[in-house]
Design a protein around this ligand. Structure first.
Ligand code: FES
Length: 579
């Protein structure tokens, strides 16, 4: 029998030769400050000290730590916190906090080594960056993290704790903050979702009985819709609750699925082609997901293209005629272009996760959600429960970025499995699921035409956006250009392109970044052709008082003042001369 000392406590290691240190720490010892994110030694969230040296516990075989000493974030500091923890709190070096324990553990090792060798000298940003290079912060708190480590090394936080700007900072730097993925009730089961392996098909037979008969399996349910059709790889088909993940995985393999493949189409270009395979029949269009935060307004469908929706255009015919005339006369001020942006994954460090538990007719849900009350209302309505019978809790959320605002099938599955199994059930998506099927910012193709007048006014602006939504609708991209650069006439047109990709989801300012990317490129190009300063042109065309202040601030920046102009051919930022 081998043992390890973790935070001063001697712990027996499991006999399983495949057991990992992170599982011993989290599951056996309930030290949930150590987070499991990538499971591949890339993100640093599971970092612990092994005999004082930082290691990633997700790659460390448990048997390799026999006879050694492990320190997790809970073992750092004690009642008087470590200077690194105090600096992180005081300088707000965290947001969602899911990456924070890993950063703290690594930074403590760096700090202690640095102070021993260099006293109160302040390490450079590069030295700190190199020490923390194995850590990812999805929220982007890097600047404050680097600052906090430098200040701690200088000795500024050797004294007493100060009141942090963030209420929950102490819980996050000590690892005591409980996220949904850390919740564990007595008798809790592990849930798993069985997903489609094909992009489009009809499930003609779904045999759950073999899975129900497997050892350790407590509930198996179908998640298929009434048309028994899957429209993307990863679409949920069934769900299992079992005593542990291994039992659930074994049961998943036993489910009998017979599927009739249907023609599929993937991506913006293929889905728009005449004769492309149809993703949603007219009768099933309501099953499409929603890439925006609001409800979809009615819009026409033609095959896999939904739109146009151009509700925010004004004087659209004037735009068309002015641009056509300018093109006809080869007006050098007419800026035209087609811009493409790639899809982006939310990549929340805490996965989409739900823990569902019934106590009689009361349902308690821990959900990693951005919309606690909204979710409670949706669940109460779906299951015909009064509001006081449903409680949704999200004490801490390890990142959402827009992807955790609606009621997902993973939450529905956890509820229904818990009801069937009569036991609490957790469904936590793994990293592969998190990256593939929890939504994304759709890729786009945006055509733009921008025409300044001879007097330098913005005469006409046209944006047409096609959004590569996957199995979803309701993109708003071009329409957002109504909020900036008042023009004499605007034509803003949005189209959804639907294909057999996982559905997109709202993502920080849905539609805004691709729209701004295309529009600002065109404004830069217009400034170049008009031979005016690009910031001055924005100040002239955009009358919003807040952005006027932003333009003044940008114009005063050193980096802007010393810039060599839009046609610079040397230095860090260069641009080709457009003839
Ligand atoms: Fe770093 Fe959220 S604070 S991932």
């Amino acid at each position: 029998m081998s043992t390890v000392t973790i935070n001063g406590r001697v712990e027996t290691l499991p006999d399983d030769p495949e057991a990992l240190l992170v599982d011993v720490i989290r599951d056996q010892m309930n030290l949930t400050g150590t987070k499991l994110v990538c499971g591949a030694g890339v993100c640093g969230a599971c970092t612990v000290l092994l005999d004082g040296v930082p290691v990633v516990s997700c790659l460390m075989p448990a048997k390799a730590v026999a006879g050694r000493t492990v320190t997790t974030v809970e073992g750092i500091g004690g009642t008087k916190l470590h200077p690194i923890q105090r600096a992180f709190m005081a300088l707000d070096a965290l947001q969602c906090g899911f990456c924070t324990p890993g950063f703290v553990v690594e930074a403590v090792a760096f700090h202690d080594g640095w102070r021993k060798a260099k006293g109160a000298a302040v390490p450079s940003r590069e030295e700190i960056g190199a020490a923390l290079s194995g850590h990812l912060c999805r929220c982007g708190a890097y600047d404050n993290i680097l600052h906090a480590v430098a200040e701690a090394c200088s000795g500024r936080f050797d004294g007493d704790e100060t009141v942090p700007p963030r209420l929950e900072a102490r819980d996050k730097v000590t690892g005591s903050a409980k996220y949904t993925v850390d919740i564990h009730h007595d008798g809790q089961l592990e849930g798993l979702i069985v997903r489609s392996h094909i992009a489009h098909g009809r499930i003609v037979e779904l045999d759950l009985a073999p899975a129900r008969a497997m050892p350790g399996v407590m509930a198996v349910i179908s998640l298929l819709g009434d048309d028994s059709t899957v429209r993307y790889v990863g679409e949920p088909i069934a769900a299992i609750a079992a005593k542990d993940h291994k039992a659930a995985r074994d049961a998943a393999a036993a489910i009998g699925i017979k599927c009739k493949p249907l023609p599929s189409v993937v991506g913006l270009d293929a889905a728009r082609k005449p004769g492309a395979a149809l993703v949603f029949e007219k009768s099933s269009r309501k099953k499409a997901g929603n890439v925006s935060e609001g409800s979809p307004a009615p819009a026409p469908w033609k095959q896999n293209v939904r739109g146009p929706s151009g509700a925010f255009s004004h004087k659209a015919s004037k735009v068309r005629s002015a641009i056509a005339a300018a093109a006809e006369t080869h007006d050098p001020l007419l800026v035209e272009g087609v811009f493409r942006t790639a899809g982006q994954s939310h990549s929340c460090l805490e996965p989409h996760v739900t823990v569902a538990r019934f106590d009689g007719d009361r349902l308690t849900l821990h959900v990693s959600t951005q919309a606690v009350f909204h979710l409670m209302e949706l669940i109460a309505k779906r299951y015909k429960l009064s509001h006081d019978k449903v409680r949704v809790i999200a004490d801490h959320v390890g990142g959402g970025f827009g992807s955790k605002g609606s009621l997902g099938l993973d939450t529905i599955a956890a509820i229904e499995l818990a009801r069937e199994a009569r036991a609490p059930v957790r469904i936590a998506l793994d990293r592969h699921e998190e990256q593939c099927v929890t939504g994304h910012r759709p890729a786009t193709e945006i055509s733009i035409a921008l025409l300044p007048s001879r007097e330098g006014r913005l005469k006409a602006l046209s944006l047409t956006a096609y959004s590569d939504n996957g199995a979803a609708i309701n993109s708003t991209i071009a329409a957002l250009a109504r909020l900036i650069y008042p023009a004499e006439a605007k034509q803003l047109t949005d189209f959804d392109v639907i294909s057999n990709l996982p559905p997109g989801a709202p993502f920080r300012g849905p539609g805004g970044p691709p729209m701004a990317f295309a529009l600002e490129q065109a404004v830069d190009e217009a400034a170049l052709r008009m031979q005016v300063d690009p910031i001055s042109l924005r100040k002239r065309w955009d009358t919003d008082p807040n952005r006027q202040r932003l333009y003044d601030w940008a114009a005063g920046l050193e980096v802007w003042r010393i810039a060599k102009g839009a046609t610079a051919q040397s230095g860090r930022y260069r641009r080709p001369v457009i003839k």
